[in-house]
Design a protein around this ligand. Structure first.
Ligand SMILES: [Zn+2]
Length: 306
């Protein structure tokens, strides 16, 4: 059976922990679902109107996280690391049950999501995956921050740069090919903040669950986490993880080249809204394996479940 067919998780898998921003405990269960159903969140603490689709049009908040809401205002926040893991592993369809409003932050990365989902295994269907191919270059700018997406032959490339005055973060840049590269460092990279920003973030009612257990905190020339950094580009690698997760709010694999400087959830979401405003910007294709010798799901992750 073709790996270009749609996939779901073979066995249900659960995660528990607190939300980074709400500080509230939540349990989620990622369950198998049928072809063409996509990724769907279900708030099982609510009886009615409890389905929320992680589509870029349903993104209602991009302040330090990606929040999706349905038309009744029922929301799930901080979906981006789980969505990044699902994209990376190549899961097209899954029902994600959650008993509160925010996906657990766990260790601040996608590491635990990736490991547990790979252990649960994948189930192939007989339906081909659908892919969005970007046909025109689209840009979105906000001050000196920008993001662009343009056509690419077969890959999804993400070139991301960060520019911080802080010496530890500094100017960090990384470029990855989502379907070809070993993404372990991207998935293992944790969310981060500057120590001096914490008070302002907390005043906004965010990061109530934040700690050195789930975020890197940088204070002038020091990383406050006793274990230090997990990799030398952990800051920009985490931004790439966020970007992959946010790109998955299109609902499909993507063939394109993305360039981003100092962006985040707001820029990625704004870019997607702009792309899908005009049908000339993209096409949605079903790919037959004989025409494309390419898995469109990450190869190093595939090897680990083979
Ligand atoms: Zn993040």
């Amino acid at each position: 059976m073709s790996l270009l067919n749609q996939k779901t998780i073979k066995n249900s898998v659960s995660f528990s922990g607190i939300g980074l921003h709400s500080g509230k405990p939540a349990k989620i269960c990622v369950k198998p679902s049928s072809p063409d159903s996509g990724i769907v969140f279900k708030r099982i603490d609510l009886k009615n109107n409890n389905l929320i689709y992680p589509n870029f049009m349903n993104v209602t908040n991009t302040a330090l996280n990606t929040t999706i809401s349905n038309s009744n205002g029922v929301k799930v926040s901080t979906i981006e690391h789980l969505m990044g893991a699902l994209f990376g592993i190549g899961i097209d369809n899954a029902l994600i049950e959650i008993d509160n409003e925010e996906v657990p932050i766990l260790d601040g990365s996608a590491k635990v999501f990736i490991e547990k989902i790979l252990t649960a295994g994948l189930e192939l269907s007989n339906k081909p995956i659908k892919i969005i191919k970007i046909k025109k270059k689209i840009e979105f700018k906000n001050g000196d921050k920008f993001i662009s997406i343009e056509p690419s032959k077969l890959s999804l490339d993400i070139d991301f740069e960060l520019k911080y005055q802080n010496k530890i973060i500094g100017n960090q840049r990384n470029k990855i090919n989502v379907y070809e590269d070993d993404l372990t460092e991207v998935f293992n990279s944790r969310t981060f903040c500057l120590y001096e920003d914490i008070e302002a973030i907390k005043k906004k009612g965010l990061a109530k669950g934040g700690s050195l257990e789930n975020a890197i905190v940088v204070k002038s020339d020091n990383v406050l986490n006793p274990e230090g950094l997990r990799n030398s580009k952990e800051f920009v690698n985490h931004k790439i993880l966020d970007c992959i997760g946010d790109l998955y709010t299109t609902g499909y694999r993507i063939i394109a080249s993305v360039n981003c400087s100092q962006g985040g959830h707001y820029l990625t979401n704004s870019l997607l809204r702009k792309v899908f405003e005009n049908k000339d910007n993209f096409s949605i294709i079903e790919i037959q394996e004989r025409t494309l010798p390419h898995t469109l799901i990450n190869r190093s992750l595939l090897r680990s479940i083979a």
